[in-house]
Design a protein around this ligand. Structure first.
Ligand code: FES
Length: 114
């Protein structure tokens, strides 16, 4: 296989809607073990990621608005969301959503900060 097509195969596009309702389409590689929180930060979106992705701060709280079947939230993620504000049924912690081919086309909206 040609190297270029190999490299293209590793990129996906996700959309992050910021708190002003502005959509940001972001192309992100799947082979760097990134998550949605890190992707948002790398794109200069206002996501603190205070705990560094340990499911301990909820500063990466977002709403999944596309119909992707994401892996179930871990107990740690559920516990953190229990303590977060503005939680909805589609709430997730961005740091717990891994960037894989399965989330190509994902759309998330940043949750309000209190
Ligand atoms: S970065 Fe802290 S819970 Fe996601």
């Amino acid at each position: 296989m040609h190297l270029n097509s190999l490299m293209e195969d590793t990129n996906i596009t996700i959309t992050i809607i910021d708190r002003e309702d502005v959509s940001h389409e972001i192309e992100v590689p799947t082979d760097m073990n990134l998550n949605v929180m890190e992707t948002a930060k790398a794109s200069d979106l206002p996501v603190e990621g205070t705990c560094g992705g340990m499911a301990l701060c909820a500063s990466c709280h977002c709403y999944v608005t596309s119909s992707h079947e994401l892996p179930q939230a871990s107990d740690d993620e559920e516990d953190m969301l229990d303590q977060a504000f503005f939680v909805e049924s589609n709430s997730r912690l961005g740091c717990q959503i891994k960037i894989t081919q399965e989330v190509d086309g994902l759309v998330v909206k940043l949750a309000p900060v209190d």
